[in-house]
Every structure is written in structure tokens, then in C-alpha cells.
Design a protein around this ligand. Structure first.
Ligand SMILES: C[S@@+](CC[C@H](N)C(=O)[O-])C[C@H]1O[C@@H](n2cnc3c(N)ncnc32)[C@H](O)[C@@H]1O
Length: 272
């Protein structure tokens, strides 16, 4: 059983207590993106490819609900439920759903014990969240329990070395000397082990890897992302992008900065 700071329940709760901060992180990353697929679109396409008409959809670790809204629009579910540990995120999802007029049940719960009935959903999605578990196979078993016969699960995660270029910059500039030895956010469920873990509870059908590239225009752009990433341990006075960017510039030449990641998608069905 691997455990990392990102599988500690208190750390995870703190990490997702503030939906605006997560939006800042995602926003900085999205504006830097120059290569790779649209993960939300791919997840929805995979779900739609296998789904029956008006499926019952559940989503585990829904975050701010970006995939939720896309699933609602594309699949027109007869019933859609999202489960997340974060009350702040569930409130954000409820607000976004209300604004768009879709009907989605928001349920607070731990994905190790899904508060969902057995065989009650046709499509289950768990995107970029199983790496918060020390026992992702247990979550896969829970997902399999909730899937109806012939139901489809879509899982997504990233490579363990995602954004390692930033770790090296932090070490090379001396801003975070231990960034390269600290555990990856994705350590427990990543591109390299996720298919095997999924296969412990599901009949795996597809495993798709997509390379993603991010080009931050300058150190301010990069710093806007870095200050929101819990992995980095920065000097206290550098918790805002302006100060971190200034310190980076003091230590090395400002320049466009490229970082990479692999996103992995897995589809599978429940075993008969
Ligand atoms: C990186 S966000 C992913 C959000 C969303 N799926 C997406 O793709 O944008 C990870 C989510 O997993 C949730 N999470 C982490 N641990 C959890 C647990 N034990 N049970 C339920 N949700 C959990 C967090 O609250 C957070 O919303």
C-alpha cells in the first residue's frame, strides 16, 4: 500500500476546500496547453460510445463539475449522480448545474464506500481522483459494485512524472531543493499502473495514452500555476505569483517554459 501526502484525508480535504483555488490551478494549466486532447471531451466520447440510450450516470470525485456538465449535455442521462468528499466542490457543482438547468444529484461521500446502490448505474466515471486513495483497487471494486450488468466505467489519470520539468526548475533554482524527490501526486494510480489496478475489478476494454504539452509564456504565467500546487514547499513570502515570478527571475533568466504530462484513459465493464 503506497501512501503519499495526497492520499492523506486531511491534506486532500484542505486541497479541495477552496474551489476558486482549484479553478486558478486548472485555468493556469489550460491557458498554457499547446498539445494534447481535451480530456473532458475524450471522457465524454468514451462514455457516449458505450452508453445505452439515456443511461443512469454516476461520477466519482466530480470536482467542480466540468465533466459532470459535459456528460449531462452529451448523454442526457435518465439519472445523474455525483459523489465527492468536498462540500465546497459539491456546492459549486450544484450551482453550475442549476445555472444550466440539468438535473444532477450531488452526494457527499468517500469513494471507498460509495453511497450508491448496487448495480444502479450504466456509466460510471472517475476522472483524475483515484490517486487520492492508498487503495485504488478498493475504489475500483466499489465502482464495479455500482455498475449494472454491461455497464461501462471510464477512468482517467496522469503519468507519475507529470510536470517533472517544473520540479527540476524548482531544484535548479534552489527554490524547492527537494521537489524532485517528493512523491508525485499520481503515485498510487498513474499511467503505468492504472490498467492493472482497473483489471482487479473490471473487464478492461481500452487503455489510451495521450501526451500533453504545456507552454507557459513566462515566469509569471508559470508561477500562477506553481503557487497552487500543493507538492511544492515554497518560502512563505512566495505564495503569490508576482513574488514567486520575481524570485525566479532573480535566480535565472525569464523565458517561456515547457512542461509535459501523459493522460491515460481506461474503459472497462463489470464482470458478469
Ligand atoms: C483533481 S479533482 C478531479 C475533479 C474532476 N473529476 C475533474 O476531472 O475535473 C479530485 C477530486 O477527487 C475528490 N476526492 C478525493 N478523495 C476523495 C474520496 N476519498 N472520496 C470522494 N472524493 C474524493 C476531491 O474532493 C476532488 O474533487
Amino acid at each position: 500500500m503506497t501512501s503519499t501526502p495526497f492520499t492523506d484525508p486531511d491534506t486532500v480535504a484542505a486541497l479541495y476546500a477552496d474551489a476558486a483555488r482549484t479553478q486558478q490551478r486548472t485555468g493556469a494549466l489550460l491557458t498554457a496547453k499547446t498539445g494534447g486532447d481535451d480530456a473532458t471531451a475524450t471522457i465524454v466520447d468514451l462514455a457516449a460510445r458505450h452508453a445505452q440510450d439515456r443511461p443512469r450516470v454516476c461520477e466519482i470525485g466530480c470536482g467542480r463539475g466540468t465533466v459532470t456538465l459535459a456528460l449531462a449535455e452529451a448523454l442526457a442521462p435518465s439519472c445523474q449522480t455525483v459523489v465527492d468528499l468536498s462540500a465546497a466542490f459539491l456546492a459549486t457543482v450544484a450551482r453550475r448545474v442549476a445555472e444550466t438547468g440539468f438535473a444532477v444529484n450531488t452526494v457527499r461521500g468517500d469513494f471507498h464506500h460509495l453511497p450508491l446502490p448496487e448495480a444502479g448505474c450504466d456509466v460510471a466515471v472517475a476522472a483524475f481522483c483515484l490517486y487520492h486513495s492508498t487503495r485504488p483497487a478498493d475504489v475500483v471494486a466499489e465502482i464495479a459494485r455500482c455498475l449494472a450488468p454491461g455497464g461501462l466505467a471510464v477512468l482517467a489519470t496522469k503519468s507519475v512524472d507529470s510536470y517533472h520539468e517544473i520540479d527540476h526548475l524548482m531544484v535548479d533554482t534552489g527554490l524547492d531543493p527537494h521537489a524532485t524527490t517528493r512523491s508525485s501526486l499520481y503515485a498510487t494510480f498513474h499511467s503505468g499502473n492504472s490498467a492493472d489496478i482497473a483489471a482487479t475489478g473490471l473487464e478492461v476494454a481500452e487503455v489510451i495514452h495521450r501526451d500533453h504539452t504545456f507552454r507557459f509564456t513566462d515566469f509569471y504565467h508559470l508561477a500562477s500555476y506553481v503557487v497552487t500546487v500543493p507538492k511544492y514547499v515554497l518560502p512563505q513570502q512566495m505564495t503569490n505569483p508576482r513574488d514567486l515570478a520575481a524570485e525566479l527571475r532573480r535566480r535565472t533568466r525569464d523565458r517561456p517554459f515547457t512542461a509535459t504530462s501523459t493522460v491515460t484513459y481506461i474503459t472497462g465493464s463489470s464482470r458478469p
